[in-house]
Write a protein that binds this ligand. Structure first.
Ligand SMILES: [Zn+2]
Length: 351
């Protein structure tokens, strides 16, 4: 740390009656993993980095787009212009905000195959808290499985339209997400940020709320962590709270029977990407792609360019954009049929 930051950076939070040197030390020695650097992950990561959380891991698979900028507060116009991976752009910004902490970005898909690997085998070790910055229920149930399996508190959040919700699930203490809702809603049954939009103050409030509860957990002030699910509609001015305890399920598949169904799934190789005419292929067998030689072979079939994080370009024979990441994951823009994406993957990238 620099002398100036040591003396000044945390002065105002240390004036709080509940925030002393030992609380600050707890925070500085902690590791928080934020899954999803979007509308919720941006504000929560920003506040946690400013508060001095010593190790922050940012996990996100996507690139910054212009349509993100109205609510995803860590990103700039230039990030969208350069289509930087969100985990990288967020790390760049947060490193400027607080150079005294350690941040790692994982440009990766948090799916059933890779989630445990990401949580257990990253440079900072198993996190103390998991913060939910995701935009889909499948990943939330996966996070719930990991939370219960590895005994890591899970700070849940969601924002859609003008509605927001948040809760903290602490294994062994509170009910889990599956106690409340045994399974995710059927695909297509819920509004998404594409169909309903997002009133940007909602996601910032939820992200701030998640940061607040995370800091309490890191300070070991568990008695102050909200034991209820918060739900509000910012436009309508409505607010409700549900006590989590009222939803405890003594027969819960996850926290009682330790059946981690979402982690055991085997069918997530191909997924459609929310709101985009795009398909992602995430090969099960992970190996680092030789980007130089792949660039050469792809440029026979289209116009492709390499950046430090990926290869990106468009095919000549059909209007399909392809982005390939170092771990072999690829996004095919301009198609909506997974079988076409699989066949293009086999043809141009191989297995
Ligand atoms: Zn449960």
């Amino acid at each position: 740390m620099t002398d100036t930051s040591l003396n000044q950076r945390y002065v105002r939070q240390l004036r709080l009656p509940f925030w002393d040197d030992s609380a600050q030390e707890c925070i500085e020695s902690s590791h928080v993993m934020i899954i999803g650097c979007g509308a919720l992950g941006c504000p929560s990561a920003d506040l946690l980095a400013r508060a001095g959380v010593g190790k922050i891991t940012l996990v996100d698979r996507d690139l910054v787009e212009y349509s993100n900028l109205h609510r995803q507060t860590l990103f700039s116009n230039v990030d969208a212009l350069e289509q930087l991976p969100k985990a990288i752009a967020a790390k760049n910004r947060l490193s400027d905000v607080n150079p005294d902490i350690n941040i790692q970005s994982l440009v990766a898909d948090f799916n059933a195959y890779d989630a445990e690997q990401l949580v257990k085998h990253n440079d900072f070790g198993i996190p103390d808290v998991l913060v939910d910055g995701t935009d889909n229920f499948e990943t939330r149930y996966l996070l719930n499985d990991i939370s219960v399996m590895h005994n890591i508190p899970y700070v849940y959040g969601g924002a859609i339209g003008s509605r927001g919700m948040a809760a903290v699930f602490i294994p062994g203490k509170t009910p889990c997400l599956r106690c409340l809702f045994d399974s995710p809603p059927p695909a297509g049954s819920q509004p998404t940020c594409e169909t309903s939009g997002v009133f940007s103050p909602v996601s910032s409030i939820i992200g701030a709320y998640q940061a607040s509860e995370t800091l309490k957990l890191l300070m070991n002030a568990n008695d102050r962590v909200m034991g209820s699910m918060l739900e509000f509609d910012l436009w309508e001015g409505q607010r409700r709270r549900f006590e989590l305890e009222d939803f405890r399920n003594p027969d819960c598949e996850c926290c009682q029977h330790r059946n981690f169904a979402f982690l055991d799934r085997d069918d997530e190789e191909t997924i459609s990407i929310c709101g985009r005419d795009a398909i992602q292929i995430n090969p099960h067998s992970k190996s680092q792609v030789d980007m130089e030689s792949l660039l050469k072979s792809l440029n026979v079939h289209g116009d492709f360019q390499q950046s430090p994080f990926m290869l990106k370009g468009t095919l000549y024979e059909q209007p399909v954009g392809i982005t390939v990441f170092r771990d072999g994951r690829a996004i095919f823009d301009g198609i909506d049929d997974p079988s076409v994406a699989r066949s293009l993957y086999a043809r141009y990238i191989g297995n």
